[in-house]
Design a protein around this ligand. Structure first.
Ligand SMILES: [Mg+2]
Length: 431
C-alpha cells in the first residue's frame, strides 16, 4: 500500500450528548438514566481528508473524556496515518501519558478515539470500508499492528501469524458471503429495564418478525420482575430461541450464582457482565457456579491483558469486545487473535451511540481474516441514533449488511454534531 505524502494539520474535539434518558432508552440495573454521548474527534489533513472517531460515554464526564482526547493533539499534528502500528504503540507507550493508566480508563479511551479516527482516515484515503482494508493486509502486516507486550505467555507473534495464515485460503469466499448475506445480529432493544411488560412483549414479537437471531434482557434490579419479564419473553419467543441476560455488573459472586440459578428454568443463552469487569477470578467462580449456563463479558474490560486472563481462567464462553474502550482497532486485533487462540467466539458489544457502526467492521474482519468462523457469533444491535451517521448500519433479515462506503462508519452529520453539542446545542437549551 502506498499513498502520496500528506500531513494531519488539524484536530477538533466536540462534547456531544443525546438526551436518551428522557425515554429510558438504554436503561439497565446499573445505568438507570443514560444520556448516550460521544467525546468526538475530527482529524483533518492538508489534502482535504478527514478521519472521525469517538469515545462513547453515558453523559456526565463526557467533558473530561473530550479534554483527554484534546490532550493528544500534539501527537498527531504533522503526522500521517500510514504506519498505524507504530503510531498506536507510540501513543500507548508514551511514558508520561502511561502514568494515567497504564492502558486503562479515560486516557486509554482517548487513545482509542484517536486511533479509530486515524483508521477512519486511512480507510477513506484508500477508498475502502475498514473491514475490507484490514482484510486485504497480509498476515505479517496485521501482526505488526499488535502490541504483544504482556501477551506472550498466551499468544506469541508467531502463533498470531499462524492463526492469520490459516484463515487466508477462505478470505475471498468469506468476503463474498458477507457481501451476499451480511453478519448475524441480535437485538437488545426489547429488554431495557425501564420498559413495561406490554412494550417488552411487543418488542420481542417485532424482533422475531425482523429475523434477529437472539434477544437480550437486562436483569439484576429485582428478581421477581426478572422472573416475570423472562417468562414473558419466553412466551413470545418460544422455548428454543436464544435469550441472553445482562446484569451490567450488578452482582457480587455469590449473589450472581444465586440470582442466575433462580432464572435457570428459562435457559439463558448467556449471562453478561455478572460482576465487576476487573474481577477475573470472580467471573471464573461464577462460570463454575452456574455451569452449563455460559458467562459473557467485555464491554468494560479495559485492555487485552484482562481479556487474556479471562480466557486463561476459563471465565468466559463469549467475548464481547467494544470498539471504543480499549486502544482502538489495534488492540482489538490483539483481542480477536487471543479469542481465536482460545477458541472463544467474539460477540461484540454495540449498544450506545455509534458502536454498532464501528464494531461491524471488526466482526467482519474477524470472519474474513482471523477466526474464519461465524459459529456462535452475533453482533449486538440496538436501534438508537443511527440517523445521525453519514454511513449508518443497515439491518436486513436480522443481519448486518456489509458496509461498502470508505472509512470506519464513524462520521456523524455536521448538523447532528451542532445540535447535540453540550451544553450549547439546541437539544440542550432551556433544560
Ligand atoms: Mg451489556
Amino acid at each position: 500500500m502506498t499513498a502520496a505524502p500528506y500531513r494531519i494539520v488539524e484536530m477538533e474535539t466536540h462534547d456531544i450528548r443525546f438526551p436518551t434518558s428522557r425515554e429510558l432508552d438504554g436503561s439497565d440495573a446499573m445505568n438507570p438514566d443514560p444520556d448516550y454521548s460521544a467525546a468526538y474527534v475530527v482529524i483533518k489533513t492538508d489534502d482535504g481528508f478527514e478521519g472521525h472517531g469517538f469515545a462513547f460515554t453515558i453523559g456526565r464526564g463526557n467533558d473530561v473524556q473530550t479534554a483527554a482526547i484534546g490532550a493528544l493533539k500534539p501527537y498527531v499534528i504533522g503526522r500521517d496515518a500510514e504506519d498505524l502500528g507504530a503510531l498506536y504503540k507510540e501513543l500507548v507507550n508514551d511514558s508520561q501519558l502511561r502514568w494515567l493508566g497504564p492502558e486503562k480508563g479515560v486516557m486509554h479511551m482517548a487513545i482509542s478515539a484517536v486511533v479509530n479516527a486515524l483508521w477512519d482516515l486511512k480507510a477513506k484515503r484508500y477508498g475502502k470500508p475498514l473491514w475490507r482494508l484490514l482484510s486485504e493486509m497480509s498476515p505479517e502486516e496485521i501482526v505488526d499492528l499488535v502490541d504483544f507486550r504482556y501477551l506472550s505467555d498466551a499468544l506469541t507473534p508467531d502463533e498470531a501469524l499462524q492463526i492469520l495464515k490459516k484463515a487466508e485460503p477462505t478470505r475471498s469466499a468469506h468476503v463474498a458471503k458477507l457481501r451476499a448475506d451480511g453478519y448475524p445480529a441480535y437485538t437488545t432493544s426489547p429488554g431495557w429495564l425501564g420498559y413495561d411488560d406490554e412494550k417488552l412483549r411487543r418488542l420481542c414479537k417485532e424482533a422475531l418478525d425482523q429475523g434477529f437471531k437472539q434477544i437480550k434482557l437486562k436483569v439484576g434490579a429485582d428478581l421477581e420482575d426478572d422472573i416475570r419479564r423472562f417468562r414473558t419473553a419466553r412466551e413470545v419467543c418460544g422455548p428454543d430461541f436464544p435469550i441472553a441476560i445482562d446484569a451490567n455488573q450488578r452482582w457480587d459472586v455469590d449473589s450472581a450464582i444465586a440470582w442466575v440459578s433462580a432464572l435457570r428454568e428459562f435457559t439463558p443463552h448467556w449471562v453478561e457482565e455478572p460482576t465487576s469487569p476487573d474481577d477475573v477470578l470472580g467471573h471464573a467462580a461464577i462460570a463454575r457456579g452456574i455451569s452449563p449456563i455460559p458467562v459473557a463479558t467485555g464491554e468494560h474490560v479495559q485492555n487485552r491483558i484482562v481479556f487474556k486472563q479471562l480466557l486463561q481462567a476459563g471465565a468466559i464462553s463469549y467475548l464481547q469486545l467494544d470498539s471504543a474502550r480499549v486502544g482502538g482497532v489495534n488492540e482489538n486485533i490483539a483481542i480477536l487473535l487471543l479469542a481465536a487462540k482460545f477458541g472463544v467466539p467474539v460477540c461484540p458489544h454495540a449498544g450506545g451511540v455509534g458502536l454498532c457502526e464501528l464494531v461491524q467492521h471488526l466482526a467482519m474482519f474477524d470472519y474474513v481474516a482471523v477466526s474464519g468462523s461465524l459459529e456462535g457469533r452475533v453482533i449486538e444491535y440496538v436501534d438508537h441514533l443511527h440517523e445521525h451517521f453519514a454511513d449508518p448500519v443497515v439491518i436486513e433479515n436480522g443481519n448486518y449488511v456489509a458496509p461498502s462506503m470508505p472509512g470506519f462508519s464513524a462520521e456523524m452529520h455536521p448538523e447532528s454534531i451542532a445540535a447535540h453539542v453540550y451544553p450549547g446545542g439546541e437539544v440542550w437549551r432551556d433544560q
